[in-house]
Ligand binder design. Sequence first.
Ligand SMILES: [Fe+2]
Length: 197
Amino acid sequence: MSDSQALFSQFIKDVHAVWAAESDMGRRMERTKPLFEALVAQPVMQAESQGWPSTEGHKNLLLHTDETYGFVINAVVRTPHRKGSVHDHSQAWVLYGLLEGHESLERYDRVDDASDPTKAEVKLAYVTNGGPGNVDLVPPYAIHAEQGGDARSVALIFRSEVLVGRILQQGYNLETKEVVRRSGPTQIPFTLGQAAA
Ligand SMILES: [Fe+2]
């Protein structure tokens, strides 16, 4: 087992312990956040992510689907200056942790009365900038966009449940105000340690 695989397995074990002790999903995710911060701060993980393939074309690497609790761990590898679309993750909680590069996370408020399911007026509320080791917790239905920085960036994504193939997520077009319901990124099965081998 490679160092990264060992770290990753230990992380999964630690998450299982937290989730066994806590039934509320928001609390589970809040308590998973420091574990995830420690994982994305690991030099071994950061070094290995330099060899991961691009996920351009609305793809994610799929590192883990948990058989016990149903959470999912993905990775996304963005090209420099990647323009992220405005979206939500439906009912899922998401931890988004940077391994390499810098990104800005834009948060949007919905400012209409939400009476029309096909249209939405959203307004930029605030932006946070993140670098390697930083983790954001994105609650259900929070409207946001991840924007690439000057260089390649890589993030690990911890999703509280499987969405792709089950539940549609919303995309928000800022110009036309259209809401597009869509499936999540194409899942590319990926084993840690394989790029370094
Ligand atoms: Fe997102």
